[in-house]
Design a protein around this ligand. Structure first.
Ligand SMILES: Cc1ncc(C[n+]2csc(CCOP(=O)(O)OP(=O)(O)O)c2C)c(N)n1
Length: 343
């Protein structure tokens, strides 16, 4: 379903999701072409979680993402060129090329930190939420993490303390196990966690839970609104699990583009996609689902979507050029910002 937002916001939602998709597709191609690269993971296939979730927040709310953070950074307005430059280790990067994807941050956009340590971001986010509570502000903090974080002790401890102290935090779990859509029927891999339903872990310590289909932008937005409103009104944390299937190109070592870029014609003709991706594009890609919803509700016409896509492609090419043309940091800058503040 479409999120309950006005038309301009529905279009902006598509703009952001398409930007994330096209930017990451280009990043994968750039990495394959061979300049030296820091490691990175992609958010392809999960755009309909992060972007609608951000639309339920105020700009002053905080988001702490995990290793799949490009969607959150671009979604909050990070410059696509500076984010690309960051991954290339360039001086013009978001964090002067010192963070790469895995630790990229944009405090000015309410993303104070990324942690690539599985589960590592969860207590940090809960701590930031606690700070807001202590200060008496109505700021909400979101901890974003994958299903893998549910195996970590730190996650359990953060859920427990947040529940006890009614900390204003949303625990947003992006469950992209292949079995995820069948998880209601016990699809989570038995080899890694004894819980058959990840929500059981949160409910065990009194944290209310919500489950949504992560390809449903409207469902994610409305569940996120509920969780954010609970946190903002002193009701404490929520565990929100968004289930998606893992994108076939999401190779844990180096992401790939099996079958090339997503083509807009797959909206109407998913059977035109390469065979191994037909099921993905017809049933599992949230972005295509959103595009179908936008078109069928007349929010945009086909031509408008094509124009937007062309504009985004050009924006991404500008970003690549900016990053490629930027210099590497001078070696002496390795000693700067090691401790808080510049010396
Ligand atoms: C504590 C820790 N153990 C192992 C790793 C290596 N590692 C990086 S990503 C990853 C998988 C994480 O799975 P999940 O949180 O479900 O996210 P996904 O990549 O599936 O989106 C692992 C094991 C790590 N970064 N941190």
């Amino acid at each position: 379903m479409l999120p309950e937002l006005k038309q301009a916001d529905l279009i902006e939602l598509l703009n952001k999701m398409l930007l994330v998709r096209r930017w990451e597709e280009r990043l994968i191609r750039l990495a394959a072409e061979g300049p030296s690269f820091g490691h990175y993971h992609v958010y392809v296939g999960q755009e309909t979680i992060g972007i609608p979730a951000l639309f339920a927040l105020r700009p002053t709310d905080l988001v702490f993402p995990t290793h799949r953070n490009h969607g959150y950074l671009l979604g909050r307005g990070a410059d696509p060129g500076r984010l690309m430059a960051e991954i290339l280790g360039k001086e013009s990067g978001l964090n002067q090329g010192k963070a790469g994807t895995l630790h990229a941050s944009a405090p000015e956009l309410g993303i104070p930190h990324t942690s690539a340590i599985v589960g590592g971001i969860v207590p940090i986010a809960a701590g930031a939420a606690l700070a807001a509570q202590v200060k008496g502000s109505d700021q909400v903090t979101v901890a974003v993490f994958g299903d893998g974080a549910m195996e970590e002790g730190a996650t359990f401890e953060a859920l427990n303390i947040a529940s006890l102290w009614k900390v204003p935090v949303v625990f947003l779990c992006e469950n992209n196990t292949d079995e995820a859509l069948g998880a209601a029927a016990g699809g989570y891999p038995k080899s890694v966690t004894a819980a058959r339903d990840l929500g059981d872990i949160a409910r065990a310590v009194g944290v209310p839970t919500l489950v949504v289909d992560g390809t449903d932008a409207g469902g994610v937005h409305s569940a996120m609104n509920e969780a954010v409103s609970r946190a903002r009104n002193s009701g404490g944390p929520t565990f929100l699990e968004a289930r998606v299937s893992r994108w076939p190109g999401s190779n844990p070592l180096w992401p790939e583009l099996p079958g090339g870029e997503m083509e807009l014609r797959y909206v109407e003709e998913p059977e035109a996609a390469p065979e191994q991706l037909r099921r993905w594009y017809s049933e599992k890609d949230g972005l295509l689902r959103y595009l179908r919803e936008i078109l069928s509700h007349g929010v945009m016409g086909k031509n408008d979507v094509e124009e937007l896509d062309a504009k985004i492609h050009a924006q991404v090419e500008d970003a690549v050029r900016f990053a490629a043309d930027s210099p590497y940091p001078p070696p002496g800058s390795a000693y700067l910002d090691v401790f808080a503040g510049r010396s």
